[in-house]
Design a protein around this ligand. Structure first.
Ligand SMILES: [Zn+2]
Length: 371
């Protein structure tokens, strides 16, 4: 008994080869990709462009509480503990914080993202607030990367262990944001327990990159000012080019050096702070392709399979292959926006919008987006 079938122009496998046919789903997983010369819409749940759902490898959901802040320097906006964001998080009532994150999770979903990795500030309190927001949004899988309460320059041993008990790993603001022995100990504890560790590096300048690399994290976030030598450490990198633009650290369109990064390591894509940018990964893809790479396939890989590899879930997500979870988007290739497209991958990356999505599947669930 099949759960459901979707069909059309399928971006198939890890190479995103364009084929025509059907994707069969059973028990929440893709069981068969059936190539056919044509597809009958009546034979499937939905038809159009069938692509893997997007993954967002770097968010800060909590600063949803202060959307579209004044243009200002990076330090003024986000540096712990006194940056605008951190003051706002401390002042936000718990129910306000939870509700804001709840809406951002739903926004991620209706813009085509079914998994994200979130840097969660505020220690145990912050993680519990996110878990409360997640309780009512089961459509999006969240990797919670916690941290100590911002501004501490020492380890609170019980707290770091408690954080690692309830989080998927650590998401640290930067290698200079607490004492070097404290951060080394924090990473050590996490890595010993097999937890994921990620850290911002090289966002404003290159001065914190070498120390971040020496911690051997699972991924470095930003690396806007990384040198070729630093990129060649081979540690996976998540770039957030729209965030770099709005904070003024990457406005040359040469930074972050995404093309050089792709030569050396796995590079993923994220939207970063919700206070700076929407959760819309289609917007992030369009910007990354038009301003930086001029390579639509590589950008699509960054937002799907590369992000899955970086987060360690590429055996389950990130591409359309038998055995993987059926997290799919069906895009209306006859929308006013996409009608007549011949360059399917380029149109998905450079032109498609969330309102072109007709169906999102998340494992066994089929969720039709009302328009
Ligand atoms: Zn960030």
């Amino acid at each position: 008994m099949r759960d459901y079938v979707v069909g059309g122009r399928i971006l198939n496998g890890d190479d995103f080869d364009l084929i025509t046919g059907y994707v069969h789903v059973e028990g929440g997983r893709i069981v068969e990709i059936e190539e056919r010369s044509n597809v009958k819409p009546d034979d499937c749940e939905a038809s159009g462009i069938v692509m893997p759902a997007l993954i967002n490898a770097h968010t800060h959901l909590a600063d949803s509480v202060i959307k579209d802040v004044p243009y200002s320097s990076l330090d003024t906006l986000v540096k712990p503990p006194h940056g605008l964001k951190h003051r706002a998080l401390r002042e936000a009532a718990l129910d306000v914080l939870v509700e804001a994150m709840h809406h951002s999770l739903l926004d991620a979903f209706i813009t085509g993202t079914t998994m994200l990795a979130d840097f969660r500030e505020g220690g145990i309190y912050g993680i519990n607030a996110l878990r409360t927001a997640m309780d009512s949004v089961k459509q999006v899988r969240v990797m919670i990367l916690g941290r100590l309460n911002d501004g501490l320059d020492y380890i609170v041993e019980d707290e770091i262990d408690s954080i690692l008990d309830v989080a998927d790993g650590l998401g640290v603001s930067g290698s200079r944001d607490c004492g070097s022995s404290a951060i080394g100990e924090m990473f050590n504890r996490a890595q010993t327990r097999g937890k994921f560790v990620a850290i911002h590096a090289g966002e404003k300048d290159a001065s914190d990159i070498d120390s971040a690399i020496s911690l051997n994290p699972d991924c470095l976030v930003h690396m806007t000012h990384a040198s070729k030598h630093q990129i060649e450490s081979g540690i996976p990198i998540v770039v957030c080019p729209r965030s770099n633009l709005v904070t003024g650290v990457g406005s040359s369109f040469l930074r972050p050096p995404i093309g050089e990064m792709l030569q050396a390591t796995t590079v993923g894509l994220g939207t970063d702070n919700v206070m700076l940018n929407s959760m819309n990964m289609f917007a992030e893809m369009e910007f990354a392709s038009k301003a930086f790479l001029h390579d639509d396939l590589k950008v699509l890989e960054m937002a799907t399979l590369n992000n899955a590899k970086i987060l360690g879930v590429d055996n389950e997500l990130g591409s359309i292959a038998a055995g993987k979870h059926a997290n799919l988007l069906i895009i209306n290739n006859r929308s006013h926006n996409l009608f007549g497209t011949q360059s399917i991958i380029s149109s998905v990356v450079r032109r498609a919008r969330p309102d072109d999505i007709v169906l999102v599947t998340h494992g066994g669930q089929v969720l039709r987006l009302a328009r």
